[in-house]
Design a protein around this ligand. Structure first.
Ligand SMILES: [Zn+2]
Ligand SMILES: [Zn+2]
Length: 134
């Protein structure tokens, strides 16, 4: 996985600095999307400002995507590094559960096509209460 990042950086002619590596590894090891403050906690070597700058760069370079969760936003690796998926989001405990659903993807591309729309990306979130909070 880190190899993939190295070759991607080489290809984009970007330097793989310590914060860039640290942020990437933190995101890669996380099961769920991370908020910026969670990410900062997971990156003890890097300064706060470098974590912010790295995230900006990663979003621009399509390494990380923004996941809107309610009115907040979190970050996770893009489909280049993680299989395409969506989330169930618990409004009580904040837990996020990955969902992989062929049906959702089919509906999304059908709706886009039926409207003569050429889709580049989509977000989809189901909010509610998880098993533990119900
Ligand atoms: Zn919950
Ligand atoms: Zn999708």
């Amino acid at each position: 996985m880190e190899r993939e990042l190295e070759s991607l950086f080489a290809q984009k002619k970007l330097r793989l600095t310590t914060p860039r590596r640290e942020v990437f590894l933190a995101m890669q090891s996380s099961k769920a999307p991370l908020s910026i403050s969670e990410l900062i906690k997971k990156c003890p070597i890097s300064e706060r400002t470098s974590v912010y700058r790295t995230i900006d760069l990663f979003v621009r370079e399509n390494i990380v995507k923004i996941v809107p969760i309610g009115w907040k936003q979190k970050y996770e690796l893009t489909d280049l590094f993680k299989k395409h998926h969506h989330h169930l989001s618990c409004t009580k405990c904040g837990n996020l559960i990955d969902i992989h659903s062929k049906n959702i993807e089919t509906v999304v591309s059908d709706v886009a096509r039926e409207n003569g729309f050429s889709e580049t990306d989509h977000t989809f979130e189901i909010r509610g209460l998880c098993r533990d909070c119900k």
